[in-house]
Design a protein around this ligand. Structure first.
Ligand code: ZN
Length: 485
């Protein structure tokens, strides 16, 4: 890898401030040159015409037939009819036009572990596989896994992703993950994490964190930075993510907060909420993941402290009953911020429609009308509420003039959708990623007519396959898993 040799050269020479700056540019340039993508498409001026517009902005509302004007990457206007001279028209008839989905927790680095993970063999479950193989990852593996995951995200209409990167094994691994996010043109937060398998008593790399903030966060609104914390106390997935004492959490989190960076934590298993509150560690810069076992007292604490919760319904629904239930109704009733996430895609897909559908089904099954949840609210959870959770609702999450143009068009004429009545009902009950026709991020049309405009899809798949094959050989992993029964 050219980039690695460049880094070695820089390390061999004295690292001046200038050299560090050069390294960042070099990394990006080399990545871009070596990446499977063509350069990102330009930000054009256009008007989406005649779509069913769901703005998710209560001040604007929805239009059975409406136009959305985009210029220089921003939304200029949303109205039943927009007269513009010279702007290209994008056909919106037969489409739902809505904000792109905001996915608030996804371990993108695990995306190509699909050939190793089995749903019906505990030893080959997601945690043991990612915990073991993650320790063998090269930066190139991180890059290729991220490319695969982000390509799937975009295909499903996700325009913002919170990349929960808990396998930052070196500065190059961090650079590789962020490079993939940049190369794909997706918006997101990079959550800098520990490395799989690192000792629990070793502090996180705050120097590396500060370096990423300095080198990769130009404040252009596309990427933001945070940290993903190791678990507090024993909990599910601890072997993969590590486990911290409260004293270690104060150290890890304190370093992030000193840099003004938000924190994300998995809480599945024994709840750490009260002990964290007693330690004075809860605040609105904190996101929890997997709301399965909270008590009324804990939910009141979360509301008071402004802590949000991300639920990943597709994965959570597979957990045993002892792991708890998705407490959507309880959280909404308590006034806790909630958002939706994919978690990982090793043995299911990124499908925000299915996530909404499962969330709604389990809510109806368990609580139903005791805490009414509308289909529109589910779409809001998957869009605007995700942007609120990630602190970027000024940029994305709704079709609001002045926000960046993160927009998707969902075909309503496909066989699984037509004829569409209520568009929210169709999105929650009927839609699937294949209906997502067009995906626009920051005004760039990244997908049109179900095809990438720049990203080389076959190459992303081939390189992920090659990396998985090489990892299997390196790990001495069996060629195939015998079938059970
Ligand atoms: Zn997770």
């Amino acid at each position: 890898m050219t980039r690695m040799s460049r880094r070695a050269v820089l390390q061999a020479t004295a690292l001046s401030t200038m050299a560090l700056a050069t390294r960042k540019v070099s990394a990006q340039q080399t990545r871009t040159a070596a990446s499977p993508s063509a350069p990102l498409p330009p930000r054009r001026e256009f008007v989406i015409r005649g779509a069913t517009v769901l703005s998710m902005d209560p001040g604007i509302g929805d239009f059975a037939s409406g136009d959305v004007h985009v210029r220089d990457g921003a939304i200029v206007a949303v109205a039943p009819r927009i007269d513009t001279a010279g702007a290209e028209a994008v056909e919106g008839r037969g489409m739902i036009c809505m904000p792109g989905f905001v996915d608030t927790h996804w371990h993108l680095w695990t995306s190509f572990l699909r050939p190793f993970v089995r749903a019906d063999v505990n030893e080959l479950g997601y945690f043991p596989v990612s915990g073991r193989l993650g320790q063998l990852y090269t930066p190139e593996d991180s890059y290729r896994s991220n490319m695969l995951g982000i390509a799937e995200a975009l295909s499903a209409g996700v325009t913002t992703v919170h990349n929960w990167a808990h396998n930052v094994r070196s500065p190059d691994h961090a650079d590789a993950e962020i490079s993939a996010m940049r190369d794909c043109g997706i918006r997101g937060r990079f959550a800098y994490g520990p490395a799989a398998g690192m000792p629990d008593d070793k502090p996180m790399d705050h120097e590396g964190l500060a370096r990423v903030k300095r080198d990769w966060m130009p404040g252009d609104g596309m990427l933001t930075l945070g940290i993903c914390s190791r678990n507090i106390g024993a909990s599910i997935g601890g072997a993969t993510r590590g486990t911290l004492t409260i004293e270690m959490a104060k150290r890890d989190w304190g370093g992030a907060r000193a840099l003004g960076l938000p924190i994300s934590l998995h809480t599945s298993g024994a709840s750490p909420i009260k002990v964290l509150d007693e330690a004075g560690l809860l605040g609105p810069d904190l996101q929890f993941i997997h709301p399965l076992l909270t008590t009324p007292e804990e939910r009141a604490i979360l509301k008071t402290r402004g802590v949000s919760y991300s639920t990943a319904p597709t994965g959570e629904a597979r957990r045993p009953a002892s792991a708890g239930v998705i407490q959507l109704g309880e959280l909404l009733e308590a006034g806790v911020k909630v958002s939706l996430s994919t978690d990982h895609t090793t043995n299911y897909n990124c499908d925000p429609f299915v996530a909404m559908r499962i969330l709604f089904a389990l809510h109806q099954h368990r609580i139903g009308d005791k805490v009414p949840v509308t289909v529109k609210r589910l779409v809001q959870l998957a869009t605007l509420d995700g942007a609120v959770d990630l602190g970027i609702a000024d940029k994305t999450g709704s079709l609001t003039p002045g926000k960046r143009a993160d927009i998707i068009l969902v075909r309503t004429t496909d066989i699984n959708m037509a004829p569409v009545g209520d568009p929210y009902e169709a999105l929650v009950s009927l839609a699937q990623p294949g209906n997502v026709d067009t995906v626009i991020v920051d005004g760039r049309v990244l997908r049109q007519a179900n095809k990438f405009t720049a990203l080389d899809h076959p190459k992303v798949v081939r390189e992920a396959q090659e990396a998985a094959t090489a990892l299997r050989a390196k790990a001495g992993w069996p060629a195939a898993t015998p079938q059970r029964g």
